[in-house]
Design a protein around this ligand. Structure first.
Ligand code: FAD
Ligand code: DHB
Length: 382
């Protein structure tokens, strides 16, 4: 098979890119290792930034998320027994976030995608501009001009780049998140980020009857050590929320917290997009949004390339990395601000407390949080 761009991976990065390429008349094929049912039910992110929603609206893909997603104009920070609302609308000139499950966005992106997606591909290999794989038991190859490696942190794209061609920058945090989905009514209208001596907790939601909640846990945590009673007791203590309801927990998982970036985000004709190039700790709710921002930058570069302006494509990596490092900084900062990290002492603890105090007391500090949380612009030029 011959196409212009072979997109590896049908997550938010790959699917957004395929839509944006198609809109510019650029041919592509998407190949995905998992089944459609699997990726449409994989529980992950839930927060869409303003620029992500604006983009999806502009390309006509936001009808359901605007109907069913929850528009939030702020978040609550809770520590020392007090709650402080960060008012995004007031601090950012009316911007907001939308709470909408990643798997629902993936469904929407797949349902309206014109380019073909081949699901359940196996043994994927990238050799320059040839991608080979097995699909339905048959060996297939795609010859293309460019390969978009949108296959996440554990994919083949980054792994197919020779050692030494990329530099990796990494921080692994001494904690993880235990995340649950529960059939309970949200205890608040907006998210609650709680700092507590026992560790961080987050109260989020997926609708009027489903909550998504997270607890800071040690990195080697086994779910068998966390029966429902223990999860509810920890959420209740750390959130300090009198309205917290208990109910059926119908999904649970443990996710490591990690910061990771490779540079550059390109090797020859292979471009790394989204989690294949970088991971952020979940505290800032940024991973999905960063994946979409990369897809925007790559579609812009490829559009310019096919229109006869190749210089724009050459800027892809530098352009993405500038935003990536802003988002890395914000995610690292939010993580350090709200978690109990081992290896820190009473002095660090007081510094962190001073910082939190400033965020809730000084509008300039609150604005910095709000601007980053609602999302930095996708400005291709900066
Ligand atoms: P992925 O979504 O990982 O997609 C990669 C795709 O490639 C997958 O479908 C995979 O099956 C496929 N693939 C892998 N290997 C191959 C191969 N060899 N061949 C073909 N296909 C392959 N981000 C936010 O912005 N906000 C949040 O609130 C948030 N919360 C999160 C909470 C949790 C618990 C977790 C785990 C993550 C969260 N994230 C959040 C991060 C977010 O989910 C990811 O950053 C996002 O999925 C990245 O999108 P992507 O398309 O780059 O990669
Ligand atoms: C959610 C996930 C996050 O990582 C976060 O910071 C806020 C909310 C969520 O899944 O709803």
């Amino acid at each position: 098979m011959r196409t212009q761009v072979c997109v590896i991976g049908a997550g938010p990065a790959g699917l957004t890119l395929a839509h944006l390429l198609h809109r510019q008349g650029i041919e592509c094929v998407v190949i995905e290792a998992q089944s459609q049912a699997h990726i449409e039910s994989r529980v992950r992110a839930g927060v869409l930034e303003q620029p992500t929603v604006d983009l999806l609206t502009e390309i006509g893909l936001a009808d359901r998320l605007r109907r069913e997603g929850m528009l939030h104009h702020g978040i609550n920070l809770r520590f020392d027994g007090a709650t402080h609302r960060i008012d995004f609308a007031e601090l950012t000139g009316g911007q907001a976030i939308t709470v909408y499950a990643q798997q629902e966005l993936v469904k929407d992106l797949i349902a309206s995608l014109a380019p073909p997606i081949l699901f359940e591909v196996d043994s994927v290999r990238v050799d320059d501009t040839r991608v080979s794989f097995v699909h339905e038991g048959v060996e297939r190859t795609v010859d293309c001009d460019f390969v978009a490696g949108c296959d996440g942190f554990h994919g083949v794209s980054r792994a197919s780049i020779p050692t030494g061609a990329l530099s990796a920058y990494e921080r692994v945090y001494p904690c993880a998140w235990l995340g649950i989905l529960a059939r309970t009514k949200p205890a608040a209208e907006e998210l609650i980020y709680a700092r507590h001596p026992d560790g961080f907790a987050l109260h989020s939601m997926r609708g009027p009857t489903v909550t998504r909640q997270y607890l800071q846990v040690p990195p080697d945590t086994s779910l068998t050590d966390w029966p429902d009673d223990r999860i509810w007791a920890a959420l209740s203590r750390r959130l300090g929320e009198p309205g917290l309801e208990q109910g059926e927990i119908f999904d649970r998982g443990v996710t490591a917290l990690r910061s990771f970036v490779v540079e550059p985000m390109r090797h020859g004709s292979l471009f790394l997009v989204g989690d294949s190039a970088h991971i952020v700790p979940a505290t800032g709710a940024k991973g999905l949004n960063l994946a979409v921002a990369d897809a925007v930058a790559l579609s812009y570069g490829l559009g310019a390339h096919y229109a006869g302006t190749p210089d724009e494509l050459a800027k892809y990596s530098a352009r993405c990395l500038r935003r990536v490092w802003q988002v890395q900084h914000f995610s690292w900062w939010m993580t350090a601000l709200l978690h109990n990290l081992t290896g820190t002492d009473a002095f660090d603890e007081r510094l962190r407390h001073a910082e939190l105090d400033r965020v809730v007391a000084a509008p300039s500090a609150a604005r910095n949080l709000a601007e980053n949380y609602v999302g930095l612009p996708f400005a291709v030029g900066w």
